[in-house]
Design a protein around this ligand. Sequence first.
Ligand code: ARG
Length: 575
Amino acid sequence: MIKSKIIDYLKKAISVNLRNYPRLSASMVEVFIPENEKFGHYSTNAALKLAKILKRNPIQIAEEIKSQLEKQPNISGLIDKTKIAAPGFINFFIKKEYLAKRLKEILKKKDKFGQGEPKKRTIVVEYSSPNIAKPLGVHHLRSTIIGQALINILRFVGYRVISLSFPGDWGTQFGLLIAGYKKWGNPEKIKKEPIKEMLRLYVKFSRAAKKNPKLLDEGRKEFKKLEQGDKENRRLWKWFLDESLRDFERVYKLLDIKIDHTIPESYYEPELKSLINNALDKGIAKKGKDGSVVIPIPNSPTPEIIQKSDGGTIYTTRELAAIKHRLKKWKADKILYVAANQQTFHINQVFRSAELLGFAKSGQLGHIKFGMMLAPSGKKFATREGRLIPLEEVLEEATKRSLKIVQKLNPQLPKKEKERVAKIVGIGAVKFFDLSQNRLSDIVFDWNKMLNLKGSSAPYIQYTYARLKSILRKSGGPQKTFNLSLLKNEHELAILNYLLYFPEIIEDSAIYYEPNRLAGYLLRLAEKANLFYETTPVLRAELKLRNSRLALIEAISLIIKNGLKLLGVEAPEKM
Ligand code: ARG
């Protein structure tokens, strides 16, 4: 990668002068992509950092580094020139020949361009993880969409990734559901609309229990029976679980989500007793007077309960068993939890407990947090009759609105094709809207932004892609004779250079677990492509130039398509 090459050059150039400079740390020689191409293709603030430590003039240090850089033989193949900019940046300009060489590489490697070497490291990514007997909530959707994009990206850079969901299917609430079912349930209704009916029974029962606390005991009893293996309760619970998982599967299919393993909480039930006993034996956990078992966590206000006073287990106990199992089964180097900001405290406590128990080393467990998705009003998503607005309705609406867009853009397209494209655009828009924003911030659902053909949206990129593909179709297929040195107007050079950032952007998206870096890159690439397309004649240009421009267009479309694919968004050939 170009960036790492420049870092190496820099390090060498600085160490020649090491007598005068402090010891180098990695953070001292950082290279970044400047916002504006005026400041080169890459830039470093290394001289500014050194100047601060040495209390010297940064420009002077930049001059010293620059002259050392120019003495290195290799740099001439890659760097055209370096320039110093106030207050002490060193900016690097890449050679045109080098850019052309890499463009050929894109055309050759196609969707493999930017792919990393296998890293021999395994990451388990836990995502989605809905609770059964309830519809998927908005936070589960964010987890699902962000999680899948991260999984795709991590795989692309070379990790072995195991993707899994950890549905919540155990705990007192299922006792309440069973009690509710026994009182008011009707198997036909469950078969017809499983999630809706289970939620109705649960809500009805817990409302009734608020007025009559005796019912709560009834629910607890049903859960106890379930834990102890009561046949009827097991049957009901298993039925609820299967129906729920089937329903989730339908949603995943709509969103093109592929989860390798679905391992619900209940899976760990048989191991919990010994886990608790081991924790006590090791002296990590302590027994309370009331019979509960807790893990005291240094510097945390609350100890983590792993056994209730009635001897029952708790969510955390199952979380801990899951960590142990995942690290062992897949020899995982890391487990990432794609889960909402609000879960931070709980997840932290679980991680610390797992470390105290020796299940995981520090740094092996990571929480990939995200903010809330708010309704257009800026408030939490409203529930309708106690249930969330179903995702299908959102996707249907997105598709309906997209159909209007496609209708306007391309009225000649056959009806069936329009409908197919509208689906790609609608679902892509919903996903991209989520993925293009900073993962940690709360985001406000907004149809107009999501579907704005001229804005920061999937349809904008998809439309750019379709336009590029249409030029390629009109040109009559791949061209053999081109001469990339003919590409030299500012728009061409800007894109040529921007295309090469792709592998680095992917790598950064993987390092920081931020798909929005890739999304932002694709938006800017589409902008540059449009600028090029609108200012530079392609099909009407003289043959060699025409073919070279077509080669550039081919490369742009390859990168857009592959970038979107990593985000889980499809790119239609026509729109
Ligand atoms: N089931 C939880 C919920 O619905 C999410 C679980 C997140 N993952 C975890 N291991 N805590 O909110």
